[in-house]
Design a protein around this ligand. Sequence first.
Ligand code: PEP
Ligand code: MG
Length: 578
Amino acid sequence: MSLTISGIGISRGIAIGRVHRLETSTIEVSETSIQKNLVKDEVARFRRAIRTARQQLKAVRNAIPESTPADITEFIDTHLLMLEDSMLTVAPVELIRQNLCNAEWALKMQRDALARVFDEMDDPYLRTRMDDVDHVVARIQRILIGGSSPAGGQSDDQLRGAIVVAHDLTPAETALLHHQGIAGFVTESGGPLSHTAILARSLGMPAIVGTHLTSHQIRDGDTVVLDAGRGVLLADVTESTLKSYRRKQRERQKSLGELDRLKSAPAVTGDGISIRLLANVELEEDVRAARRAGADGIGLYRTEFLFMNRSDVPDEEEQLAQYLAVVRGLRGLPITIRTMDLGADKGYAADGGERLATNPALSLRAIRLCLRNTELFRPQLRAILRASAEGPVRMMIPMLSSAGELNEALELIDDIRQELDHEGVAFDPDMPIGGMIEVPAAALSATLFARKLDFLSIGTNDLIQYTLAIDRVDDSVTYLYDPLHPAVLRLIRMVIEAGQHYEVPVSMCGEMAGDPRYTRLLLGMGLDEFSVPPTALLEVKDVIQRSHICRLIPVVNDILASDDPAEIGALLGALNAL
Ligand code: PEP
Ligand code: MG
């Protein structure tokens, strides 16, 4: 009988292949005494492992394609730097000599000592760097015990076409595994909105996360089917199931190939309604992918990535240079620059080591953090305004929740405008300012935001997190993540209606906008601007072109009137089959 393992599909598509298990979870090591005359050999063995680890990581670094986001390569550089640091190269040697113990044990003792130091740090960002130490230590330990390496240790032949099953994968490992030709991956932990998930989607790789306990149920070498669209991994499948999945895979391949013709076609529905189809980007290089996919512009540029993976804060000039590079790269297409959405899981260097919040996602995040720390915010506002002199730039404020907050932000922007005017620095005085609706309070009072802003954008990732009270990075509750929950749909509808009432454009830039299963639902709700990952753009455009909004509206109204998940699911199926 076939075995079905469920998780969260974070991209779509089907992969069929052999299982390749990556042992990325904790490594058990034990203490062994070393005779005094053998200490020299043990130290040499440890140093050889460090050299091998460096070689492995350099190979990983060289194998990563140039198009890989810079923060991923920086991540590997950080690990390489750690392998040069005396805390990992010299201290364990001292421990081997003092304690006459094996290298593995010495390294473990040093790791535990570092963990204690990191634990006592007030700065939440620095505390998260312990994860990097753990990754590097695990790599060295695997070399010492001669076990299977984390990503980067296998030959391409072993991995080509394989479905990797791991406890968890870092974004860097994901990029490398993709380069090594894996067909897809399944991880026990992780949520659909993690950095690894966003990367898998950008790379168009079928993947499932948050499956829990997969490794006990799946054996190395088993042939499995990974159906990311359904979020399932099937093992022990019959020949006829395999055949049917191969057919589905071919059909999907064929239809994706056919979508290329849509690159230069307009996003217009069958009944002639024009839809703006924009792209989400995190890094400057994503802009090329957005242009290649034929995006009408950028609907979400996540600037906080500029502040992450570094020990300092980019100043106004550095930010300006970055924004201008993106604006110029777009050659006249519009861009929506979101002010930094730092805080919660997105740590940055100079957050002053403030107390660690009990609920970081409900704490000083995004605009709250910016208004509290205007020293950090002002240079960004200046840089965005200055960039607006060179192209069609819109500014977007994340996580707004009240009128007071909105007024304070708008006053600050006004103040910066006057400052730049006074200095004779060029900027677009009419640069549109918009806000993200991602807190239920903001959705419920969307008219307030629509009255005062030039545009709204619905951030469903957070709107769902806050509406359903599910931490988006906690995989134990991702099973509750449900864009079709009646509460979520009603909030979305309220925001769209508020925009229509005040004639303010409403866009959606959360992941829901990039999932073609929901395109018709959103069209029928009146959404006319979508901002999606570049890899999802053509599929969404295809659905738009094959839809007649007038036919969608009655079914969508039935969906909105229902509070029965089964009925909503069935109606959505009917909508997508129209
Ligand atoms: C969202 O919350 O939907 C969103 C687009 O913002 P982010 O995912 O960056 O929080
Ligand atoms: Mg958000």
